[in-house]
Design a protein around this ligand. Structure first.
Ligand code: BTN
Length: 260
């Protein structure tokens, strides 16, 4: 059992669960506060993208207040790992599920969920906001149009059309897995995240293409890199070996292609 006991605040429609949670920090919200909403009108994704959030998906944000100095990027990888482990509990074994660096979760190579990790400092206290979105009971016609993106969107419902999933059950599964990984991280450090993440990750040992991006915006594009994906280093950066034998690490960017 985890040390942190989640305190869940359930809301109907919000602009973004991240904003709702942030507003509660000056009012004294404690570590483990979770804001969950049935829909979001202004859901936010990584790199300033919009996160389409119709009814049927699971949208929530978790507040952490680690007393140790931690790297928010560690928690982003930890959250992607928890999400992949959660999705695996609901999808038959033969259907491939995994995490695409850093924390997109894919089913059959289509994106089913993602995590936005943000942090702020007030005095000595760091607050970390883990925002997670999972496409669950969303019919294919209502999924975001990712046709211009390298990995298309999917939902539990698209993959398993005869099923309806209890969002509360998926949330509870995620929180249990997440807080256990978080406790382990606080005790053992980043190595525990690195090992757990690499167990869930996709494309290990495969040739990938990475589009470097700015830390804040996906519009700020950098170079395109190709190489064999070797895993993540002790900073959580993606490591590739290029065709000329160089080993390179990238802190930001997006995997745009994988050759099997
Ligand atoms: C991504 O893959 O780009 C991250 C998506 C994160 C979406 C979630 S939904 C709950 C929380 N509130 C938001 O506005 N964003 C996150």
């Amino acid at each position: 059992m985890s040390q942190v006991v989640p305190h869940i605040i359930r809301l109907d429609s919000v602009s973004s669960t991240q904003s709702e949670l942030k507003q509660r920090v000056p009012e004294g919200a404690q570590e483990g506060t979770v804001v969950v909403a049935k829909q979001q009108t202004e859901g936010r994704g990584r790199a300033e993208r919009h996160w389409h959030s119709p009814v049927g998906g699971l949208y929530f944000s978790i507040l952490l207040k680690p007393s140790l100095m931690i790297r928010p990027t560690d928690l982003a990888l930890l959250s992607g790992t928890a999400m992949a482990q959660t999705v695996k509990k609901y999808v038959p074994r033969e259907i491939p599920v995994g995490v695409k660096w850093p924390n997109d979760v894919l089913i059959q190579n289509k994106k089913v969920g993602g995590v936005l990790c943000e942090a702020s400092m007030a005095g000595e206290v760091t607050s970390v906001f883990i925002g997670a979105g999972l496409n669950i009971n969303i019919p294919p016609s209502e999924l975001t149009d990712f046709s211009h993106r390298p990995f298309k969107a999917t939902s539990f419902l698209e993959v398993l059309p005869d099923n309806h999933f209890a969002l509360e059950d998926v949330l509870q599964t995620f929180l249990r897995i997440f807080f256990n990984l978080y406790d382990q991280y606080l005790k053992e450090g980043f190595r525990s995240v690195q090992v757990a993440w690499e167990k869930e990750c996709l494309f290990l040992g495969k040739k990938i293409e990475l589009r470097e991006t700015g830390i804040r915006s996906s519009k700020e594009t950098g170079t395109i890199v190709q190489g064999t994906f070797l895993g993540i280093d002790e900073q959580g950066a993606l490591v590739v070996s290029t065709s000329d034998g160089d080993r390179k690490s990238y802190v930001t960017g997006e995997i745009t292609c994988c050759w099997y």
